[in-house]
Write a protein that binds this ligand. Structure first.
Ligand code: FMN
Length: 312
């Protein structure tokens, strides 16, 4: 996307691991369904990309309800990996999605290493997918997922095998904030050949109904997202971006242009909008417009000039 700047134009394209996105705003996995469900609520052509809900080889029903609970400035979810499965996705969602002028990124989930690889190999046979985002950071499953993000050696192993399995499509790895030092995991991903890092997934939390003396969620714990996690996400993105050379995609509590700018300044090459979609389905489109306006009014020729511009 190019925006007029008193006769000059601001460049909005960003390169993430060898793929050009027309602007740096994507929607986050699990908060934007398979994308097409939002087509009547906003202009899907306006955003840089859509990261679809985590896809497994076979369909998954997800966890039992209650599995969503609103907190102060945030939301707890324990959806689990509810999804329609890879085959159904490529047959019934991808063809409609591909008609839009936006990049499609598929978030990949698996209960074991072999399951991740199976989904990756399968998706590699289907055109129209710009990148795969390896989800090793979901806190709401009992096997797989986050268990590969507890020890950097496991992160290295799953990333390098996934990288080899993805013959054609770039591989991003989505990291958890539920670790002591995200830099160690970012490094493991880069060393294993990841093309980019997405950070962060949700923070493990819980809420209690004191009348019933039960957790508000059937799964007991859940993942905290929304404005409440933004400062933590920002700090982790900043740390990761200083640690590795591959691009970092910033996620966590982004709801406004200002939020997105904070992440770009801290070092994110692109951002993903998550929980904000639940109360403002057009949030990502508004942020694209806001970034273009920011560049115009500040006479910034290239949005990449903002990336990592934090003064310390
Ligand atoms: C209801 C819900 C479902 C989610 N499902 C996924 C998922 O399938 N895969 C994934 O990597 N992240 C998933 N996430 C995490 C988000 O993509 C994002 O990393 C997180 O919510 C932080 O961003 P936010 O504060 O903007 O929501 C989910 C988040 C929510 C709220």
């Amino acid at each position: 996307m190019v925006t007029e700047n008193r006769g000059k134009s601001s460049r909005m394209e960003v390169d993430v691991g060898g793929i050009t996105f027309k602007n740096p705003v994507l929607t986050a996995s699990g908060t934007f369904a398979y994308g097409i469900e939002f087509a009547h609520l906003m202009d899907l052509n306006s955003i840089g990309g859509i990261v679809v809900k985590g896809i497994s080889m076979k369909p998954i029903a997800g966890n039992a309800p209650p599995r969503i609970y609103e907190t102060s400035s945030g939301m707890l979810n324990a959806i689990g990996w509810q999804n329609i499965g890879a085959r159904e996705f490529v047959e019934n969602k991808l063809p409609a999605l591909r008609k839009y002028d936006t990049r499609i990124v598929v978030n990949v989930v698996g209960f074991s290493l072999e399951e991740y690889l199976e989904v990756i190999r399968f998706l590699n046979d289907h055109p129209g997918i710009a990148a795969l985002e390896l989800n090793i950071s979901c806190p709401n499953v009992k096997h797989g997922g986050f268990h590969f993000n507890k020890d950097p050696r496991d992160t290295f192993k799953v990333t390098s095998k996934a990288r080899k399995a993805s013959r054609r499509i770039p591989l991003w790895v989505k990291l958890s904030p539920n670790v002591t030092d995200i830099r160690v995991f970012a490094r493991a991903c880069e060393d294993a050949g990841a093309d980019a890092i997405s950070a962060i997934n949700t923070l493990v939390g819980m809420a209690v109904d004191v009348q019933k003396r039960r957790s508000r969620l059937r799964f007991v714990t859940g993942g905290l997202s929304g404005p409440a996690i933004k400062p933590v996400a920002l700090r982790m993105v900043w740390e990761a971006a200083r640690e590795v050379k591959i691009p970092v995609i910033g996620i966590g509590g982004i709801a406004s242009t200002e939020d997105a700018l904070e992440f770009l300044v801290a070092g994110a090459r692109a951002v993903q909008v998550g929980t904000a979609n639940f109360y403002n389905p057009a949030a990502s489109q508004r942020i694209v417009e806001g970034l273009a306006e920011h560049c115009r009014s500040h006479k910034i020729k290239d949005i990449n000039d903002i990336v990592g511009s934090l003064r310390i």
